[in-house]
Design a protein around this ligand. Structure first.
Ligand SMILES: Cc1cc2nc3c(=O)[nH]c(=O)nc-3n(C[C@H](O)[C@H](O)[C@H](O)COP(=O)(O)O)c2cc1C
Length: 265
């Protein structure tokens, strides 16, 4: 059974998760959602089994993933699954959002929705986990991902789950996030530690960063994935004062070449 997994990632968790599921399924192609961002029209996967793997942003989907899902035609596929990788809260509401989009688009909900807790990368609000704590979260995620992959392989059916708190938080916070996210890069700045290496521009999945005079300039098509902050080798990119004192995070199994490849250029 041929599988296509579409993924979106800012700091590598969702790509690492997608790869682990793919390894169990076999005959599986990984396609970055970001590689389709400049295309238009319906997307026909041409695979029997289709998956989407992505982070949770403000208890919902990254905006790029939501708009991608609205173009996805699942009529030629037998089985569809989704996996979200929240740092802790809001997985069910993100899965439900995806269900709703696909139902409206294809008249069909995913057959199964899963969530797996991964290290939280929302550095604007929290200190990302590091050291032993981070290792423990990743080890627990590996166990869960093995189960998820087996469930997908067996064409298991499971709903997205429900959390009243997450639902309320989604109604309260997600619309505001989604309507302003592209401009959220106005919070970003770069300090004198910048070495003009260009990593930020190369890894940004939204093609939102250009180097001007050797310094990053954000072009207001931000997804707020925080990749530029976390992956800058000089830790020169900040968002307000808090990020200067917080540790950076990247999934240890994902490298810069993987992030660069995400745009599909
Ligand atoms: C803008 C933003 C908002 C986030 N909101 C949530 C959230 O509502 N709930 C949650 O559990 N995690 C949240 N996170 C954490 C990510 O979903 C989590 O770290 C994810 O594993 C990152 O995946 P990635 O490495 O593939 O980008 C947020 C992260 C960012 C950058």
């Amino acid at each position: 059974m041929k599988t296509i997994i579409y993924y979106f990632t800012g700091t590598g968790n969702s790509l690492a998760a997608a790869r682990k599921i793919a390894a169990v399924l076999g005959d599986c192609e990984l396609v970055p959602v970001a590689s389709l961002q400049d295309t238009t029209g319906d997307i026909h996967p041409g695979a029997d089994r289709v998956g989407i793997v992505c982070p949770v942003y403000f208890t919902g989907l990254p905006v790029m993933v939501a708009s991608f899902a609205g173009r996805l035609d699942l009529s030629g596929s037998q089985y569809m699954f989704s996996v979200v990788t929240p740092g802790g809260f809001g997985g069910p509401s993100a899965l439900r959002q995806l269900d709703g989009i696909l139902k409206r688009r294809s008249g069909r909900r995913p057959d199964a929705g899963f969530m797996v807790k991964m290290p939280s990368n929302y550095i604007l609000m929290y200190e990302p986990p590091s050291g032993k704590k981070c290792e423990q979260i990743l080890a627990a995620a590996d166990v869960q991902l093995e189960d998820i992959a087996q469930a997908v392989k067996n064409s298991a059916k499971t709903g997205p789950g429900y959390s009243l708190l997450a639902r309320l938080a989604h109604l309260l916070f997600y619309p505001r996030f989604a309507s302003r996210v592209h401009d959220d890069d106005r919070k970003f700045s770069v300090n004198d530690r910048c070495t003009s290496c260009g990593t930020c521009a190369a890894i940004c999945p939204a093609k939102n960063i250009e180097l001007v005079g050797g310094r990053p300039v954000w072009k207001h098509r931000c997804e707020l994935c925080c990749g530029c902050i976390h992956l800058c080798p000089a830790e020169a990119i900040q968002a307000g004062k808090q990020t200067a004192v917080r540790v950076r995070y990247r999934n240890p199994e994902v490298n810069n070449a993987d992030f660069k490849a995400q745009k599909g250029d």
